[in-house]
Design a protein around this ligand. Structure first.
Ligand SMILES: [Zn+2]
Length: 337
């Protein structure tokens, strides 16, 4: 599949709306583990109670709080081996059998079936005790499977500990390769190139790779009965981060989301941030497309990257935040053809 770009300082950033938002600097393929420091951030932004699923108003207010949190973190690093301070996790109920554990790293989905529970992502290693406790509070079934949406350490940090609890972990092949290259713990034993289906207790969960986006190994998890998807960091509150060092592509990204949109779903669990609806994902994707077209036009007209970057106004792209600081700008500009 896609080859990895040998970035010098591979970094994975996941904008987050949680009390503490963490950016994650993963070591490069050469094992560079320098300059990783944890930066706690106290934002009251999104430590909110149950998500108002029926809320259908403009996403600006929810986004703006979320984006403030995400933007404040641009450029900060924490190694996946390091443990940020403990953050209390909270549980949001989407359906009787589908919950989301929010806080610390990426959003964790817990799906109950008669024969066991299926998790999506597992935050940082230090979050595992809380993840287990929260899962237990919403299901009496043991956790049988864990589906990783991509390799970043705020989504796979609990892998090793959960494997020790006899949880079978599944990821896209490229995500697994990325983990292996970076010597990350908890390598999944099961991997797939296109789609992986888990049938448990009469329910089906599908994890599919639609193409390059946040990384080259993104998987979107679909709960057909609940018309819900977990997007991983292919969709977050705020501007996207394209991890070029992990084979990501900002040019492909909107097209990749188009593939997801062929599924029948209403509810969207983003990698970070509040629960969204399908229309918000569509709008966010359209922002991405418009930015791509506008920048490409400038580039083809001989415009300079520096000028284009200075002129960037994120507020003009719904769901992307404010200001002009988009940390994927330079490599995205270079990718445009
Ligand atoms: Zn990520």
């Amino acid at each position: 599949m896609d080859s990895l770009t040998a970035g010098s300082a591979a970094a994975s950033f996941c904008a987050s709306t949680i009390v503490a938002v963490w950016n994650l600097g993963l070591p490069s393929r050469e094992g560079d583990r320098t300059k990783h420091t944890a930066y706690p951030l106290t934002m009251r932004a999104a430590a909110r109670g149950p998500v108002r699923l029926l809320q259908s108003g403009p996403m600006s207010s929810r986004y703006s709080r979320a984006i403030l949190a995400g933007a404040a973190f641009a450029g900060l690093f924490v190694a996946y081996t390091q443990q940020p301070p403990a953050v209390d996790l909270t549980v949001t109920k989407l359906f009787d059998d589908l919950h989301v554990i929010v806080g610390s790293g990426g959003n964790v989905a817990v799906y109950e079936t008669a024969d066991g529970a299926i998790l999506v992502d597992d935050k940082f290693e230090k979050d595992v005790p809380q993840i287990l406790a929260k899962a237990k509070s919403v299901t009496s079934k043991p956790i049988r499977y864990l589906l990783n949406t991509h390799q970043h350490g705020d989504h796979t940090g609990g892998n090793a500990k959960l494997m020790a609890e006899n949880v079978e972990i599944v990821a896209h092949e490229n995500a697994r390769v990325n983990m292996e290259d970076r010597k990350m713990p908890g390598l999944p034993r099961l991997s797939f190139s296109h789609e992986f289906g888990v049938r448990l207790g009469g329910k089906l969960v599908r994890s599919r790779h639609f193409g390059r986006a946040h990384t080259n190994g993104d998987a979107v998890v679909y709960f057909p009965r609940r018309k819900t998807v977990h997007m991983g960091d292919m969709f977050v509150a705020g501007a996207p981060f394209v991890d070029y060092s992990s084979g990501g592509s900002g040019v492909d990204w909107p097209r990749t989301i188009d593939g997801v949109l062929r599924w029948d779903f209403d509810t969207v669990i983003p990698g970070h941030g509040p629960i969204m609806k399908r229309a918000e994902l569509v709008q966010w994707k359209q922002s991405f497309e418009r930015l791509r077209e506008e920048l490409l036009t400038k580039k083809k007209a001989g415009g300079l990257r520096e000028d284009a970057e200075k002129a960037l106004d994120l507020a003009a792209f719904p769901g992307w935040g404010k200001g002009s600081a988009w940390r994927s700008f330079a490599p995205f500009w270079d990718e445009l053809k």
